[in-house]
Design a protein around this ligand. Structure first.
Ligand SMILES: [Fe+2]
Ligand SMILES: [Fe+2]
Length: 334
């Protein structure tokens, strides 16, 4: 098994090298996909006894890195309730993640269909779709084995899921910002949990390591794509997109992070706790802002920040400091 973190850094270094064309960077990403990729069933030993999911295992208790996990209401629950809710929540987030990936795969196919022969984007976007297929298998297998009948995203999200991939053909710039709205929060949360190094279940740890390793390329591609296309946008397109981006970010982020009504019922979350967590209290507001440090940096770089759009970022409560480099850990200050 390859070390995931080293590859992550190699890919980032290669992308950061100066004097490369967009096509060369996509070639680097494509070659990295050939060199390091994972198969949901070959690279995870699902039946290994250490990977068995025991619904009474203490390691399902939510870590401090999770907004619900560090809430006093959750921490005051009896341990068996903490475990039950912890397993349910982790299964539900996994389910939303794979629903996102299904939309992404469909969008990538729509996008690739429009590309001319010889396009470097064709090769990379199909590598990414291949990897995402493995992620959906890996995530669904985890959900199945968790024994939790989770629904994933909200009814609205599921209802519009057949339409969203069309955006990749009609307005790909907006679509790839939407991709980041899904990938950045999941990646941010997974990295925070892995960095914290708590005693987590080895199956979930393995899944997260695989995912973080491959997401580095996917997020890298979305950044490259948006930086490359931004100067080619027409004035009116830039104006509309600049306002649409923070709205897309916030909507999709809520889909991932905020438990749906069904999930709230299943977990037994009191309304007051939900309100505080999403997003009334200062700590959760900071969490929400921190999710988008990298995206704010990209929005600056791609000309998406202007007087009007800054207000929308603020209104959406996702304004804040901009990362100086990708994956910069957020500051401790609230
Ligand atoms: Fe993925
Ligand atoms: Fe991805």
């Amino acid at each position: 098994m390859t070390s995931t973190i080293g590859h992550d850094q190699d890919t980032r270094d290669a992308l950061a090298a100066p004097f490369q064309t967009y096509e060369q960077r996509l070639k680097t990403l494509s070659e990295a996909s050939v060199e390091q990729h994972f198969d949901a069933f070959a690279d995870i030993d699902w039946d290994h006894p250490d990977f068995a999911i025991d619904p009474t295992d203490e390691r399902w208790i939510l870590p401090e890195a999770d907004v619900l996990g560090r809430h006093p209401w959750y921490q005051a629950l009896p341990q068996d309730e903490q475990i039950r809710i912890g397993l349910y929540r982790q299964a539900n987030i996994t389910k939303v993640g794979l629903q996102f990936e299904q939309i992404l795969i469909a969008g990538l196919m729509n996008y690739a269909f429009s590309l001319p022969n010889g396009s470097a984007e064709f090769r990379y976007s199909t590598h990414e779709a291949t990897e995402e297929c493995h992620h959906t298998q890996m995530f669904q297998e985890f959900v199945n084995r968790s024994g939790q009948d989770v629904g994933g995203g909200s009814g609205i999200f599921r209802a519009v899921s057949p339409i969203l991939p069309l955006a990749a053909r009609i307005m790909p710039f907006g679509f790839f910002f939407g991709v980041l709205a899904g990938e950045e929060p999941i990646d941010h949360v997974q990295k925070t949990i892995l960095r914290a190094g708590d005693d987590m279940h080895p199956l979930l740890q393995r899944i997260m390591q695989i995912h973080v390793a491959e997401e580095a390329r996917h997020i890298g591609f979305a950044h490259q794509y948006l930086q490359h296309k931004a100067p080619r946008l027409k004035r009116h397109e830039r104006a509309v997109l600049s306002v649409a981006v923070p709205l897309i970010m916030r909507w999709l982020c809520d889909e991932i992070v905020v438990p749906t009504k069904k999930a709230q019922r299943d977990m037994g979350l009191p309304k007051s706790v939900v309100k505080e967590l999403y997003w009334d209290n200062a700590e959760s507001r900071k969490f929400l802002r921190d999710l988008f440090g990298d995206v704010r940096m990209l929005a600056e770089e791609t000309g998406m920040m202007n007087k009007v759009s800054r207000r929308v970022w603020k209104l959406m409560k996702i304004d804040g400091p901009t990362s100086r480099f990708r994956s910069q850990p957020a500051s401790a200050a609230a």
